[in-house]
Design a protein around this ligand. Structure first.
Ligand SMILES: [Zn+2]
Length: 179
């Protein structure tokens, strides 16, 4: 498997970004997709990546998080796969933060999105075992919700308050094609 430049919204290749993905029944297929997602995410140094972003309309995403100086409470997740995820609960409290996406203008554009602070998620691991996790770190929850949106055919721009579109923030230096 190889590193894949994430498909972009608004291109024929990115058509799947607006479509709900299918459940996975074949674990071998899931493992193959996860490995490609992992290689691609490592290469582009993102915090999460979902199968539709590499042109596969299947319910699986991965997350990569590590504590930082600014946020030492972030969990240390080199990478973790969520297969057939289902959000069971979201917290009533929410927060607003700037989000970007490897599939939105090659990650050059960032915009404010309100997301719940925490959630409960059900998913399969790489062995097909079902888990239910409670996530109470707001950024961790944000990454999961962003990736889970991809499986439902949604990108972060659709979660923004249209009044905030004028605040969209562009950084050409972040263009992942320059990697
Ligand atoms: Zn994204």
């Amino acid at each position: 498997m190889a590193v894949i430049l994430p498909k972009q919204l608004g291109t024929p290749e990115g058509e799947l970004l607006f479509r709900a993905s299918d459940k996975i029944s074949d674990l071998k297929e899931a493992v193959k997709i996860v490995n490609t997602l992992k290689e691609t995410l490592d290469y582009y140094s993102g915090v999460g990546l979902a199968a539709p972003q590499i042109g596969i309309s299947k319910k699986v995403f991965i997350v990569h998080l590590q504590p930082t100086k600014e946020d030492p409470d972030l969990p240390d997740i080199r990478w973790k796969a969520y297969i057939n995820p289902e959000i069971l609960e979201i917290s009533s409290k929410s927060n607003v933060y700037a989000e970007g996406c490897l599939s939105v203008f090659y990650a050059t554009v960032y915009g404010a999105v309100a997301r719940p602070d925490g959630l409960k998620i059900k998913y399969w691991d790489m062995n097909g075992k079902e888990h239910i996790d409670e996530i109470d770190h707001p950024f961790h929850a944000r990454v999961i919700l962003h990736e889970n949106d991809h499986l439902n055919g949604k990108v972060f721009l659709q979660r923004m308050n249209p009044e905030d579109f004028s605040q969209l923030h562009w950084e050409e230096d972040l263009d992942i094609r320059k990697k």
